[in-house]
Design a protein around this ligand. Structure first.
Ligand code: ADP
Length: 350
């Protein structure tokens, strides 16, 4: 028998390739190998179940075979981030998450994962939080109502406790209201587009800041943009007011707070609040918009914080395709800015 080492090597490689394809074929995620023109070179078994692709589709353009406008647009835009929550072409109840991995020679590996169970769990969590908050609202209103009715002078022995009870029931009520706001924002996919008049909104924010500060801070406002926004007046007020109230609450007496409304070079606009307060160490900044994340729990509670303000800001801005920028230096102060794209800016008010 001729012992050809090249032949033996080729057989070994072919065996390994078959084993690799066999394993990839059995993966629960859909895998599709695409050539530089976006045509299907190979796909696994899950791709048939999730995308409706089979052997006969090899050599055909993916966009023709799958027929998803969302997927086509994502691929055309370069597919840098994952594409989430796309209904599977064959099964509308199945939701997919796509990612694209570049290979050599212009080829790409398209990965589609079934995330329906994850989305379902997320929905269960959202419903649970919304239901609990809703159920707590009525009993809390009753407790708070009765506490308000009791006159401290009528029960002198309970007077010191009464103040604390009222403050705590008010705080719980505020947490429940904030949780309900977050639930509403989370389930809301789109905004009712309305013109939001910014000049009166800025005046309201200054009044709110002054009421909260009680003369302890120097508060200034500057409107250089003279333009309005397209969005939800109620939600934008809530977001901006959270930033203003944080600036007041996290700035010691004698500090300065500046509220600004400015245009961006790209035609967008920026709402910012700068304070000369405690500031935030850099490692905390990426986590500030998580629910109940606090740099200092005691300071947040003392000043009446619910720990949900910046989560609300994040959701409101996401609904307006805007972003939150935070710059802060411990001991010097912070600037929180909401940056809106030019599509959201309405011509300067006359
Ligand atoms: P809270 O109700 O606790 O203020 P937020 O979500 O509004 O909750 O803010 C989260 C945390 O971020 C706060 O607990 C605080 O530690 C920090 N923070 C927010 N704004 C400021 C600010 N202007 N200066 C310093 N720290 C801030």
């Amino acid at each position: 028998m001729i012992n050809d080492p090249n032949l033996a090597r080729a057989r070994r490689l072919a065996r390994q390739l078959r084993a690799l394809r066999g394993a990839a074929g059995l993966l629960p995620d859909a895998l599709v190998l695409l050539d530089a023109q976006g045509c299907v070179l190979w796909s696994n078994r899950a791709a048939q179940r999730l995308l409706g692709l089979d052997r006969s589709d090899r050599g055909s353009p993916l966009s023709e075979r799958v027929g998803s406008a969302q997927l086509d647009a994502w691929l055309a835009s370069g597919a840098r981030d994952e594409l989430d929550e796309v209904a599977a072409p064959n099964a509308p109840d199945v939701h997919l998450s796509f990612s694209l991995i570049p290979l050599s020679d212009g080829q790409h590996l398209l990965l589609a994962r079934d995330i329906s169970a994850l989305l379902h769990l997320e929905q269960v969590r959202r419903d649970f939080v919304a239901n609990v908050s809703h159920e707590l609202r009525t009993p809390l209103t009753v407790i708070h109502g009765y506490l308000e009715l009791i006159e401290p002078d009528d029960v002198p022995a309970l007077a010191p406790m009464l103040g604390e009870l009222r403050a705590q029931s008010k705080r719980m009520g505020q947490i429940v209201e904030d949780l309900l706001t977050l639930s509403r924002l989370e389930t809301q996919q789109h905004l009712r587009e309305e013109e939001v008049e910014i000049a009166p909104l800025l005046a309201t924010l200054v009044r709110e800041a002054e009421a909260l500060s009680q003369g302890r801070h120097a508060i200034t406002m500057e409107d250089k943009a003279h333009c309005n926004l397209l969005g939800s007046p109620r939600d934008l007020h809530s977001a901006f007011s959270n930033l203003v109230s944080n600036a007041v609450r996290y700035t010691p007496e004698g500090g300065r707070i500046a509220i600004r409304w400015q245009r961006e070079l790209d035609g967008g606009a920026r709402f910012s609040v700068t304070d000369t307060g405690y500031g935030i160490p850099a490692q905390h900044i990426p986590r500030l918009t998580e629910r109940f994340y606090r740099v200092s729990s005691s300071r947040s509670r003392e000043t009446g914080g619910t720990g949900l303000g910046l989560s609300i800001v994040k959701h409101v801005l996401a609904l307006h395709q805007a972003r939150l920028e935070v710059a802060s230096e411990p001991g010097k102060g912070s600037t929180f800015a909401c940056v809106f794209g030019k599509e959201r800016v309405l011509a300067p008010a006359a």
